[in-house]
Design a protein around this ligand. Structure first.
Ligand code: GLY
Length: 600
């Protein structure tokens, strides 16, 4: 199990910080230039061995529509729906259900997520279909009688699951915006489950990797196991995965809509599974679940408008805070991942994650001061201890003060249709393959999203994130998320659709991906390919993909006290779409995995 991802200003003040204290570049003789005139970023540094990109993949072009998702089969389904005359929401719903079949690591029926939507006329909507704590959940349900965390209970097995929201979310989204029938958008997923699909090498390795957990948590069941439960066979590339019970569940959803999941046979099977393994979710919890339309979080950055997810995700608030923290600095002039650029980004991230821990939680339960947290005067107060000469010590950083306030595995997909309607959805089971509980008779995996609550104040979750009272467990409450599905406008027109999985690293990956395009002049695909880094306040260190920093950048940052840790794995699995000046779409999917952009 991916236990720990970590081995695991006011504008004026910022500007004056830039002007009065000279940023120290490690080298004065070399430059990282933005080749704007060519439309393609070219990296130049003193060290020719440094390559800022994970791969040389180039973006996919489409004029009539684009789908970028974590799996080629799901992207194919999305494009087919668009070609049938479906709009971006039809395609997104079909992709969500297809991912539930072909990408069991994160695609889901048993999880939840968030959708940001912008129609061709600029009307906006955001949908929160995040899971909820079951009615019988209690604040200290993962603690023993001495108040210590009972290890693993919020991560693996039946007690780890929140009440799933994905199916209700898709019903709501399709009901409001869909053009094709519900039956039409469900059919590709039904076909993929019943007729099967060919595993990619990565699919096969993923399923082989969880075989032990599947057998332990689901005794006697053969779901996702090659052969019968007793076999020691291993999945291989191009093996066919057929999921008959999942096909039946999808058929019930296709025939009955919401009731095909939250009532009747599926609800009975899910509640029975929970009883079998000591989980809390009941048929009543399922009947009570409702996703929520929320007001989008909308904020400017220079000439762009960022449209992103408000709480229950912390992602949108964090993205806006980070963008506004760095807005006054000349990042483009300094260059991509040069030491001054990285330094201000790390210091922004440090402060944003401290705020997240203090203020963010389910807005239906706690007051989250979103306008204050994202305001320039507030951000100014957070920047006063910034010092070019020395890394701020996270021990001395706490969430800010707001007067009057008391208080790796996920998946993202982006869709744009020929009319310019755009959908940005991030959805998850939380950890890879969630709780590893497969609902007997229904064939789908359940989430382990309860771990996204603060199960004990100050105790890190599986992503090393700490939280406090705002994100404490309560019955019916949604656990705080980092998911950051985002749409960006330029000049009042659709410009970018972006998002990624990555737990606590989601917000910083989206942050870098946007900056790479808008500040450093990268194409959308270059920005996705670009190597990334991450700081989250605690633990006080910066993790980075190998190659993200030149030796000089590393030395310069280390000299100022920054702790750097090179990763052996990667950050982000972005799926993004950029609208080019000529109106065509650049689909950019992440070369770090099976992600695929398809246009037409
Ligand atoms: N489960 C990861 C997140 O919602 O942030």
């Amino acid at each position: 199990m991916n236990r720990l991802l970590y081995p695991a200003l006011s504008l004026l003040a910022l500007v004056s910080a830039c002007q009065t204290t000279a940023p120290r570049q490690a080298s004065t003789t070399t430059t990282s230039t933005v080749a704007q005139s060519q439309g393609v970023y070219q990296y130049r540094d003193e060290d020719p061995s440094v390559k800022p990109f994970f791969s040389d993949r180039v973006g996919t072009t489409g004029r009539n529509g684009m789908v970028a998702s974590a799996h080629p089969e799901a992207s194919r389904v999305g494009v087919e729906i668009l070609k049938m005359g479906g709009n971006a929401v039809d395609a997104a719903v079909a992709v969500q259900f297809a991912l539930a079949v072909v990408y069991p690591g994160a695609g889901n029926l048993g999880g939840g997520g968030f959708m940001v939507y912008r129609d061709a006329k600029g009307q906006l909507a955001t949908l929160d279909f995040r899971e909820k704590a079951p009615g019988k959940a209690t604040q200290n349900m993962y603690l023993d009688s001495l108040g210590n965390v009972r290890p693993g209970l919020s991560i693996s097995g039946h007690l780890a699951s929140g009440v799933p929201g994905s199916v209700d979310g898709m019903v709501q989204a399709h009901g409001r915006y869909g053009k094709l029938t519900w039956q039409q958008v469900l059919q590709p997923a039904v076909d993929l489950a019943e007729k099967g699909f060919s595993l990619t090498d990565r699919d096969a390795r993923g399923l082989n990797g969880i075989k032990y957990d599947l057998k332990k948590i689901n005794p006697g069941k053969a779901y996702f196991i090659k052969g019968n439960p007793a076999d020691t066979l291993r999945w291989g590339k191009d093996d066919r995965l057929v999921q008959a019970d999942l096909g039946q569940t999808l058929r019930r959803i296709q025939a009955q809509g919401r009731a095909g999941f939250y009532a009747g046979e599926t609800a009975r099977l899910l509640a029975t599974e929970m009883q079998r393994g000591g989980g809390l979710i009941t048929e009543q919890d399922l009947a009570d679940y409702k996703s929520v339309w929320r007001d989008p979080l909308k904020a400017t950055y220079k000439d762009l408008t960022i449209i992103t997810m408000p709480p229950t995700s912390s992602g949108g608030v964090a993205l806006v805070q980070m963008m506004r923290f760095v807005e006054p600095f000349p990042l483009r002039k300094w260059g991509w991942n040069r030491d001054s650029t990285v330094q201000v980004m790390i210091e922004a991230e440090r402060r944003v994650y401290a705020d997240r821990a203090k203020f963010l939680g389910d807005p239906d339960f706690v007051k989250v001061p979103v306008p204050e947290l994202t305001s320039y005067p507030y951000l100014k107060t957070r920047w006063t201890d910034f010092n070019w000469a020395k890394a701020t010590d996270s021990k001395n950083v706490r969430g800010g003060t707001i007067p009057g306030y008391e208080s790796l595995e996920t998946t993202h997909f982006s869709v744009v249709d020929r009319d310019g309607n755009a959908v940005s959805i991030t959805t998850t089971l939380n950890g890879g393959y969630g709780s590893r509980v497969v609902v007997g008779g229904a064939g789908f995996l359940m989430n382990n999203e309860m771990d996204d609550f603060s199960i004990k104040p100050g105790t890190p979750n599986m992503y090393g994130l700490v939280g406090n009272a705002a994100n404490a467990i309560a019955p019916g409450k949604r656990m705080l998320s980092s998911m950051t599905p985002t749409i960006i406008e330029k000049g009042g027109k659709l410009y970018m659709v972006a998002g990624t999985p990555g737990g606590s690293t989601i917000m910083t990956s989206v942050f870098q991906t946007v900056l790479n395009v808008v500040e450093h002049g990268m194409t959308m695909q270059q920005s996705v390919n670009a190597l990334k880094f991450h700081h989250q306040w605690l633990p006080d260190k910066t993790i980075f993909e190998s190659g993200a920093f030149s030796e000089r950048t590393q030395q310069a940052l280390q000299a100022r006290g920054y702790v750097l840790e090179r990763l052996t794995n990667t950050l982000g699995r972005m799926d993004c779409i950029l609208v080019r000046p000529d109106g065509s779409f650049e689909g950019a999917s992440d070369p770090r995995a099976d992600n695929t952009a398809m246009g037409y």
